[in-house]
Write a protein that binds this ligand. Structure first.
Ligand code: F6R
Length: 247
């Protein structure tokens, strides 16, 4: 695991956008694995800026990590809408190349299988962006997740429902289920991973991920089993790391 501690959120966003740019420059039809949530918004803004300065997304494919189950693509809080609002509407990506798991299918099992197949058909994911929950989740792989699982329907942890209530206005309105790439999908299908974390509320999870043992109780700790992971954290998220205290 490579650790990059940035001065602040903006530097974290710029650093991670440049990582993605390098992958696209090297491989114009790269597959990007993308996350939603508050953390990557600055990185998406930087990618839009890079696009305005020539970065070409016309051949790029994208695969999102997750989506809520039971809400439509048009729902104001769907990850589908988030991705179009935050990134896709502002770059030259083809909608045919955008993949976001659907949470509104009658056969969710079939949708999960299809999603895995689409990732495989694309030849895997060249660079995957992850955030981390303060409970250590990645995607919606909550504490207790089996690392052998692939894309599937999962139950949101109480702490995730609480954390995401800020987007829905109240806890009651947060969907209880989501479709999420599994830990196995992330470890086996992604060639390179960057995990972003910003703010003090992520400091415990970041420390446990980097300095603790590999355990299903902290799903992000499984990233230690992947050969090419870069953790990009701002100083607030890094403040409990022993290594950061020494420097
Ligand atoms: C989002 C996702 C989640 C978030 C995590 C952190 O697609 O998969 O794992 O990355 O919940 O969310 P924020 O960035 O809102 O703190």
């Amino acid at each position: 695991m490579k650790i990059v501690v940035t001065k602040n959120y903006d530097e974290m966003s710029l650093f991670s956008a440049k990582q993605i740019m390098e992958v696209i420059k090297d491989k114009p039809d790269a597959s990007l694995g993308l996350a939603t949530g508050g953390t990557p918004i600055g990185m998406y803004q930087q990618l839009i800026h890079l696009h305005e300065n020539g970065l070409d997304f016309s051949k790029v494919k994208t695969f999102n990590l997750d989506e809520y189950v039971g809400i439509s693509q048009q729902h104001p809080e769907s990850y589908h809408k988030f991705m179009y609002d935050q990134l896709f509407n502002h770059i030259n990506i083809s909608p045919d190349n955008v993949h976001i798991p659907r949470g509104d299918c009658s056969d969710m099992h079939e949708q999960c299988e299809l999603y895995e197949k689409e990732i495989q058909l694309a030849g895997g994911i060249d660079i995957q962006v992850l955030g981390i929950g303060s409970n250590g989740h990645i995607g919606f792989n909550e504490p207790g997740s089996n690392p052998e699982e692939r894309t599937r329907v999962v139950q949101l942890a109480e702490s995730t429902i609480k954390a995401n209530a800020r987007f829905f206005g109240s806890e009651e309105l947060v969907p209880r289920l989501a479709i999420s790439m599994g830990i196995q999908t992330i470890l086996k299908q992604c060639k390179k991973i960057i995990l972003l974390a910003s703010g003090e509320e992520k400091a415990d999870a970041v420390r446990a991920m980097i300095e603790g043992e590999v355990t299903p109780e902290l799903p992000a700790s499984f990233l230690k089993l992947h050969p090419d992971v870069t953790i990009v954290v701002d100083q607030q998220a890094a403040k409990k790391l022993i290594v950061s205290q020494a420097s």
